[in-house]
Design a protein around this ligand. Structure first.
Ligand SMILES: NC(=O)c1ccc[n+]([C@@H]2O[C@H](COP(=O)([O-])OP(=O)(O)OC[C@H]3O[C@@H](n4cnc5c(N)ncnc54)[C@H](OP(=O)(O)O)[C@@H]3O)[C@@H](O)[C@H]2O)c1
Length: 325
């Protein structure tokens, strides 16, 4: 089969098409003939050599695929050959065929095509697990989403609104702010022109927000603490501005804040299966009814994965970038 491999850590040019052996499904796995695969920011970190695949995972990049089941393992009973599925995988997505744990392969709602379905797993698993489980966002509360126009951001805006929260998003241009509001955000802050903590103060009458989903960290950390309400929760999912920051513990004590965070890829299959079940029960009906829909910015053929990475690194996208096979 044709796959895209990372020939050496580096720029987008290190992504090259290659010939790989066809994977064979293990007992609890399915083999998917890939129709589309999502691009995620962690793929870029992996390409640069900063995010190695966990033990046992394929070295081929790609954390999510959509396609048709073409082989099933001995222990798999709830899926059959020919099923249309989208799956969360720990690697191997940039390829014509990809193995997935059967419990992490979800049916594709009839309202969605393969391209839209390939945009679901990584961001929906991440947002559900961090905003609703970890951050415990409740209806009527306010969520601040940094990077509202990206893959994670567009998912977080739609899910938070669908579950009755108020949403403030940050984004890096007036156009991206408008896009966040069109998608459902109640307000958006252009972080390049405005201080988000000041704006959050104004938008919440000084109360602050209940939950923050942050992928920036570094210099954002003190401003995130300032932006949180009493009993607020900061959920850290990336550290684009650096892992280190100074913490004012008094503000944590005074406001009884919770600081948490997680990474999805290295978690065990049991944990991911629990998230898959919650998504199937609580979120898949919203996709099936058209209440929420992934936002696709652009598709590239599999062999043009390097161009797809370049687009993501340019920051010019709004929503997801997808490879088609
Ligand atoms: N922890 C996990 O399990 C997990 C899983 C998946 C992804 N992630 C992380 O989540 C982040 C988003 O991933 P993605 O795939 O959605 O990538 P993406 O579509 O490229 O989104 C990246 C986002 O970061 C935003 N950003 C960068 N600097 C910012 C700043 N100073 N203030 C506010 N926003 C800023 C960008 O906003 P602008 O374009 O407006 O600048 C953009 O929306 C990445 O950092 C990724 O590593 C974490």
């Amino acid at each position: 089969m044709i796959a895209i491999e990372i020939t050496a850590p580096g720029g987008a040019g290190v992504l090259k098409p290659c010939e790989r052996a066809m994977p064979i499904a293990g007992d609890n796995q399915v083999l998917i003939e890939v129709a589309a695969a999502g691009i995620n920011r962690p793929d870029i970190m992996q390409r640069q050599g900063h995010y190695p695949p966990p033990p046992g995972a394929s070295d081929i990049p790609g954390l999510e695929v959509a396609g048709t089941v073409v082989a099933i393992g001995n222990q798999v009973s709830h899926l059959k050959i020919g099923d249309r599925v989208c799956a969360l995988v720990a690697g191997g997505g940039y390829a014509q065929y990809c193995l997935a744990r059967a419990s992490l392969a979800l049916p594709i709602p009839e309202t969605l095509d393969f391209i839209e379905a390939a945009a679901l797993p990584e961001t929906f698993f991440t947002v559900w697990s961090n905003v609703f489980d970890r951050g415990q966002l409740q209806a009527g509360e306010t969520l601040l989403i940094h990077g509202g126009s990206g893959g994670i951001g567009t998912t977080a805006i739609q899910l938070a609104k669908a579950f009755g929260a108020n949403v403030i998003a940050t984004a890096g241009s007036a156009e991206k702010c408008r896009f966040c509001c069109q998608l459902g955000a109640d307000s958006a802050i252009d972080y390049k022109r405005q201080d988000f903590a000041e704006e959050v103060g104004k938008l919440t009458d000084g109360d602050g927000v209940d939950v923050i989903l942050d992928m920036v960290a570094g210099d954002y950390f003190p401003r995130n603490l300032k932006s949180l309400a009493i009993e607020g929760r900061l959920v850290q999912i990336a550290i684009q501005h650096g892992a280190k920051s100074e913490i004012n513990l008094w503000s944590v004590m005074k406001k009884r804040l919770t600081i948490t965070g997680s990474t999805l890829r290295g978690r065990d299959d049991e944990f991911k299966t629990q998230i898959a079940e919650q998504l199937r029960q609580r979120v898949w009906p919203l996709l099936a009814s058209g209440t929420i829909k992934p936002v696709i910015h652009r598709c590239y053929p599999l062999t043009e994965a390097a161009a797809a990475h370049e687009l993501m690194e340019s920051g010019l996208h709004t929503g997801k970038i997808i490879l088609t096979v």
